[in-house]
Design a protein around this ligand. Structure first.
Ligand SMILES: [Zn+2]
Length: 478
């Protein structure tokens, strides 16, 4: 028994060593080719084309950019057009404090909420709204300052009371959005009567202080928007393998908040483009053979919406998808230098998660690689979830079991510590073994999710995410 066990152990041992030494040169060569510069350029170019919302001219611009980039990498590229939906285009807006004069320079980094109507230049007194019950006809003709999230109900009652404009500094938390605004939208409608401006905590509380002291405050504002129907466009580029079955590597191409969206999610788009570029160039130079499995690189025109329509369009071929690898926010991280792989609590994700976990552990702390890596339980909130069985049921398409994961370096706007799924503690995780702290972005869904605050500060996040997925794909698809 002992000798057989020893023999088997030796086989396993040499098998692993052989495998590792056979794999690693290609993995290293891949990692060396990943260019932060090219990804930083992508993010800057994408952000310069606006908020890239699917179905808007800015979204179309981004679609063109992405498809040109794939084509430059030599990949067959096509555009899949989604059904029309209502879209909101912010062309321009202004918001300024007129009185007191000393606050004329106060307003910066504000953001016009999506689905705000066009209004011509208007000057109005500012009034404070503390309680929802405080909405009375006395507010008629006034602009209203509130720390509240503007719900449909609150919005309607303010409109009914004759309010002409809303300034909200929600979430009104002194630790968040201090000098920049969290972006919230109005209800998706072309019948909204008055605009909503999102303010920073600093500006909101400053104006509030004036109003509390009974200082008369007057603001001037205007907005020029178009609310119309448009078709989000999804770009699909294919790296053909020996089998038509494929891994789907994706990112949402829009800024889901309607803001600049450098981290969320130009960073993810840049990651997909870079993976495509490096694989293609390695194949062209003969460093990589034709993969066993195909890879499709997909940039969704509109988060969720385009993913859902992709699933519907391809519902008869869903079993061709071997796995979904989704990037969402790979451009920053406020408190850790960690790469996350979600989700490890879905039983049929096990094989895929094990590969990512192994890659995370093998390369941690190596020069040019992450300082921490871990798998984590489901949190929801991104495109990979559209491929899960319950979601497919909701879309009324045939059920398929598609491992579908998201790779990221930050999520949400505050850190979140959650219990780790038993058995999934990574050797590349440096926190408490039984929990995982999800890093966050200070600029999440905000007016300052711009390259200077995110991807330019920490471009290494994007290259870590590309290296991890690239190495995993070398193990999965070749
Ligand atoms: Zn996102």
């Amino acid at each position: 028994m002992t000798s057989i066990r020893g023999f088997l152990a030796a086989v396993v041992f040499f098998g692993i060593v052989f495998n590792v030494s056979a794999q690693h040169p290609k993995e290293r060569a891949f990692a060396q080719k990943v260019s932060q510069t090219s990804m930083r350029n992508h993010v800057r170019n994408l952000v310069a084309s606006g908020n890239r919302l699917g179905g808007t001219p800015s979204g179309d611009k981004s679609t063109d950019y992405v498809s040109r980039s794939f084509k430059r990498s030599g990949l067959a590229t096509m555009i899949e057009v989604d059904p029309e939906k209502l879209v909101s285009i912010n062309h321009e807006w202004q918001l300024q404090v007129m009185e007191p004069r000393r606050l004329r320079q106060l307003i910066r980094n504000e953001w016009l909420g999506g689905y705000s109507p066009s209004v011509s230049r208007t000057t109005a007194p500012l009034q404070l709204l503390e309680q929802e019950e405080g909405v009375t006809s006395e507010l008629s003709g006034a602009a209203v300052l509130t720390e509240r999230q503007v719900t449909d109900r609150l919005y309607q009652s303010l409109v009914n009371a004759g309010v002409v404009c809303i300034l909200s500094y929600a979430p009104a938390d002194s630790t968040l959005y201090s000098d920049w605004a969290m972006i919230s939208d109005l209800r998706e409608s072309n019948a909204n009567a008055i605009p909503l401006f999102n303010l920073s905590y600093g500006n909101g509380t400053r104006l509030r202080k004036e109003l509390d002291q009974n200082t008369p405050v007057t603001i001037r504002f205007m907005s020029r928007t178009t609310i119309t129907s448009g078709s989000p466009k999804t770009v699909v580029a294919t790296l053909p393998g020996k089998s038509g079955k494929y891994y789907l590597v994706c990112a949402h191409g829009d800024s889901d908040s309607g803001g600049p969206g450098a981290d969320d999610n130009a960073s993810g788009v840049a990651g997909v483009l870079e993976l495509a570029r490096v694989f293609s160039s390695m194949m062209q130079s003969g460093q990589l053979s034709v993969p066993e499995k195909s890879i499709k690189f997909v940039i969704w025109g509109s988060e969720y919406y385009s993913t859902e329509h992709y699933v519907k369009r391809h519902q008869e071929q869903l079993e061709e998808i071997l796995g979904v690898l989704n990037y969402d926010e790979i451009g920053t991280g406020a408190s850790r230098d960690c790469l996350y792989f979600e989700s490890n609590d879905v039983p049929y994700h096990e094989d895929l998660m094990k590969i990512f976990n192994a890659v995370g552990e093998e390369y941690v702390d190596k020069p040019g690689f992450w300082k921490e890596a871990t798998t984590n339980p489901s949190q929801g909130g991104t495109d990979s979830y559209v491929f899960m069985p319950e979601y497919l049921d909701r879309l009324d398409v045939p059920r398929a079991t598609i491992p579908s994961i998201t790779i990221y370096t930050a999520a949400w706007n505050r850190p979140r510590t959650i219990p780790q799924t038993p058995g999934w503690t990574s050797r590349a995780w440096k926190g408490h073994p039984d929990s995982v702290t999800i890093d966050y972005s200070r600029y999440y869904h905000s007016s300052l999710d711009i390259p200077e605050r995110t991807t330019e500060r920490e471009p290494f996040n994007m290259s870590w995410a590309v290296k991890a997925v690239g190495i995993a794909l070398l193990r999965l698809a070749w």
